[in-house]
Write a protein that binds this ligand. Structure first.
Ligand code: CTP
Length: 209
């Protein structure tokens, strides 16, 4: 199978050196990409800025912003049979990016933000018979929010990720399949969670045939 994986945060710049981002480490997505390679799949990994070495055997496309991630993902997705979207894409970008460094002034300032593209929702609209797995990070009404996300973004499954997993080598997740519902909570290293995600992906793919 040709599998597309997204990983890491995006950065949304408001001047020549400063940006809005989040603490995603990219570890989950890199583990998914490495596990998919290990199982013999062809993998393209679209990665935001992270401090990880590239998983051997995967083709890696480095991007910075949500818009760059959207462009890379859209052009790669059509060549793939499945996508696993672990990236912590910024939901907003500054409306303007100054070409110079904003000088300090002794007064409060505000930065106007505008929504970025929802990459997973876009793939949901164009996926055809491709398998689409999303991730959801929630801090309240976990199941209700994840269920709404799965429907809104037209995923085949969504992996509910706790806030405590961010940056860690291990994770506690729950998986919601559109066809069969919730499975019991799963905890382990991100490598072990990646193996469970690949089991899910392969099973969803087999069910298509
Ligand atoms: N996602 C995406 N593009 C975005 C935002 C999110 O592709 N602009 C994907 C993520 O990679 C993840 C899923 O959508 O697979 C859910 O991301 P999450 O941050 O949990 O939710 P949001 O859609 O951002 O919604 P909210 O912040 O309101 O929970």
């Amino acid at each position: 199978m040709r599998v597309l994986v997204t990983a890491g945060p995006t950065r949304e710049y408001f001047d020549s050196v400063r940006f809005i981002s989040n603490p995603s480490s990219g570890k989950m997505g890199y583990a998914v990409a490495a596990e998919a390679v290990r199982r013999g799949h062809q993998v393209v990994l679209v990665s935001g800025p992270v401090e990880l070495s590239e998983p051997g055997g995967a083709r890696v496309i480095h991007v910075v912003s949500a818009h760059e991630m959207l462009e890379a993902v859209t052009s790669e997705f059509e060549k793939c049979q499945a996508a696993v979207m672990t990236a912590a894409v910024c939901d907003y970008r500054p409306s303007r990016r100054l070409s110079h460094k904003l000088k300090k002034q002794n007064r409060s300032r505000s930065i106007q933000l505008q929504p970025t593209e929802d990459i997973l929702a876009h793939l949901g609209k164009i996926k055809g018979d491709r398998v689409l797995i999303g991730f959801a990070i929630e801090d309240h009404e976990h199941h209700v929010n994840a269920e709404a996300k799965l429907r809104r973004k037209r995923c085949d499954a969504i992996v509910l990720n706790g806030l405590g997993n961010v940056g860690s080598d291990s994770a506690e997740v729950e998986i919601l399949r559109a066809d069969t519902g919730w499975s019991p909570p799963l905890s382990g290293t991100k490598g072990q969670i990646a193996a469970a995600v690949l089991d899910l992906l392969e099973s969803l793919f087999a069910a298509r045939r």
